[in-house]
Ligand binder design. Structure first.
Ligand SMILES: Cc1cc2nc3c(=O)[nH]c(=O)nc-3n(C[C@H](O)[C@H](O)[C@H](O)COP(=O)(O)OP(=O)(O)OC[C@H]3O[C@@H](n4cnc5c(N)ncnc54)[C@H](O)[C@@H]3O)c2cc1C
Length: 556
């Protein structure tokens, strides 16, 4: 056979590298009191960057879950079948405590350590982060009913991944889901029509009847569900299987055919008199479930930051090996601008998300630090909005760094790209997140003080940051027609926060580039696309810091 050609100028696969070897993440880990978790984080990072986990992720993406509504005899079963590697991913996440370790261990810094692990492990397959995150988030909501928390928290926080439909209290570990969105309204859950009627059995049970338009991870053991009780919209704990072993009356109607997030199942479900227990007070459903939503919002930002990091790593790897027009892509000036700009964005997203994990640790979950709780209230809304909003543009640009290869499934970049819009839709879509920041400011003006205390801690570090803080003070002083301007205001707040955090906890070259590219005024800053950092930025230092460590990466 004649040889047609030799394969040259294609990068080697990027594998067997430590996903956790990321300076921005490690610095944040230490800055927020979780340096003690570094060894564990690296162990997980090596797993995440290894060939086995990469194979698991490929399989679950290519073979999505399948709904089985009935058995062969026509009985309803309402089960979802997953690829076996879905369970490998879930088991690893649960064994490493991504779903609950901080509730179990209560060590200072535990939420920060868990956040860093989510960031790292989520770079394998983002889909399974959904049930992992919901299980983590369910605990604070459940604690509003101490009796339920006593019964379920030990199981939700167990390090056992025990898949299968059995009565929850007979299992060695549980996974939790969240069931709020209905056809007629998702952001506006007050429009929910699912009814909850007391069964009158003396055990405080309710029968739920209605539908939910999105309920992800429908094989979860329990769901926190919103329904209209006699006293108003309320939160219920609804198990998939009842204590006597029979299935609760929850029908899985369809699985969504989604843009991305393919490994995860998202179902349309109906409750046909499903049994639930009240969580919190009747009529306080939103107040109760928001405790869960707030935790998943943090994970939306963390997962997006992790996705950005993955995009940067893939782009650097490709550009470090690929040559065009006589030199490596990574050495060509315009490509260094693109790569550095992407790296700066990923670092900014990372430091902001990790700072908020620190706030959760110190203030918002029963901790004593009220200032941190206030900062978290506003900082989370601002960061969820902006980091998630930047995700899709970042993924698209990282993909483009690989040229045509980036558009091909085998590269993994289409998966990253398809996933990117989801965190912005989930748990408060863009507008809703921006309006939530305004609501925090209006209802609790102390949150604005907490925000400025945080950014003022970086005062004097950078004239562009100081000027941006000054502009923001003026912008917030006049809140006329602010709802119309919400995105603009919240974007400014997010950029200032990221700039301040990079100066305080990050790298000098990255902080300088961020302020030059994002906070410059009067047209002397960066442009709208990535790759528009102004001259004078130390791209070499930024890129040296951003390169993945070890493994097959040698494109230094
Ligand atoms: C893959 C996936 C999985 C999901 N899993 C779950 C799940 O497990 N459980 C669950 O309960 N839900 C789930 N959801 C639903 C998700 O939380 C909702 O889609 C989301 O909250 C938005 O609600 P909606 O779709 O009804 O859109 P709407 O509420 O109709 O919003 C549509 C648009 O209008 C904007 N908007 C809304 N209100 C305002 C306003 N006042 N001013 C300006 N703009 C506004 C929103 O930002 C959005 O852009 C999932 C969604 C997806 C895509």
């Amino acid at each position: 056979m004649p040889t047609t050609h030799e394969v040259t100028n294609q990068p080697p696969p990027l594998t067997s590298y430590d996903v956790a070897a990321y300076p921005a993440l490690l610095e944040s880990l230490r800055a927020h009191g979780a340096g003690w978790a570094e060894d564990d984080l690296h162990a997980l990072g090596l797993l995440a960057g290894g060939p086995q986990a990469q194979e698991w992720a490929r399989c679950v993406e290519e073979q999505p879950p399948v709904l089985r509504t009935h058995d062969r005899y026509g009985h309803r079963v309402d089960e979802v079948e997953f690829h076996p590697h879905w369970h490998d991913l879930m088991r690893t996440a649960v064994e490493h405590g991504l779903h609950a370790a901080p509730w179990r261990e209560r060590t200072p810094g535990a939420h920060v350590a868990r956040a860093a692990k989510l960031f790292v492990w989520g770079q394998t397959d983002a889909g399974h982060l959904c049930p992992v995150s919901m299980t983590y988030a369910a605990v604070p909501a459940l604690r509003t009913s101490p009796g339920l928390a006593a019964a379920y928290e030990p199981l939700l926080t167990s390090a056992d991944y025990d898949f299968g439909l059995r009565p929850p209290t007979t299992k060695s570990g549980l996974i939790a889901g969240m069931s709020m969105t209905e056809k007629q309204g998702g952001s506006d859950v007050r429009a929910n029509t699912t009814r909850a009627v007391p069964t009158g059995d003396g055990a405080g049970l309710y029968a739920l009847t209605g539908h939910k338009w999105f309920t992800s991870a429908p094989m979860s053991d329990v769901f926190l569900t919103l329904a209209q009780a006699p006293g108003g919209l309320s939160c219920f704990l609804v198990p998939r299987v009842l204590p006597d072993g029979t299935r609760n009356a929850i029908r899985l109607m369809r699985l969504k055919d989604k843009l991305g997030n393919r490994s995860n199942a998202s179902a349309e479900i109906e409750y046909e008199g499903a049994v639930g227990q009240l969580v919190g007070e009747e009529g306080a459903g939103v107040k109760t479930i928001i405790k869960m939503v707030n935790m998943t919002r943090l994970d939306c930002a963390l997962a997006t930051a992790g996705g950005m990091r993955l995009g940067v790593v893939q782009a650097l790897h490709h550009a470090g090996h690929r040559r065009a027009f006589g030199s490596r892509l990574a050495d060509q000036p315009l490509m260094t601008n693109v790569l550095a700009d992407l790296a700066v964005e990923a670092e900014a997203a990372t430091v902001a998300s990790m700072r908020l994990a620190g706030a959760v640790d110190r203030g918002a979950t029963g901790g004593a630090d009220e200032q941190e709780a206030l900062f978290r209230r506003i900082g989370l809304a601002v960061t969820k909005y902006w980091v998630c909003k930047r995700g899709p543009a970042h993924a698209a640009e990282a993909l483009e760094c690989l040229g045509g290869n980036g558009y091909v499934e085998e590269s993994g970049m289409p998966r990253l790209y398809r996933e990117a819009p989801l965190p912005s839709i989930w748990e408060g879509s863009g507008n809703v997140a921006a309006l939530d920041a305004l609501r925090a400011m209006a209802r609790r003006p102390e949150t604005v003080e907490a925000y400025f205390a945080e950014v003022d801690a970086a005062a004097g570090a950078d004239a562009r940051l100081d000027a941006a803080i000054g502009r923001l003070h003026k912008e917030l002083a006049d809140l006329t027609a602010v709802e119309y301007r919400a995105r603009r205001v919240v974007e400014s707040m997010a950029l200032v926060l990221q700039g301040a955090l990079l100066h305080r906890h990050g790298d000098a070259a990255v902080a300088d580039a961020f302020c030059a590219g994002r906070l410059g005024a009067d047209g002397d800053g960066g442009g709208l696309a990535f790759g528009t950092l102004p001259p004078g930025v130390d791209t070499a230092a930024i890129l040296a810091r951003a390169r993945p460590a070890g493994g097959s990466y040698d494109g230094s």
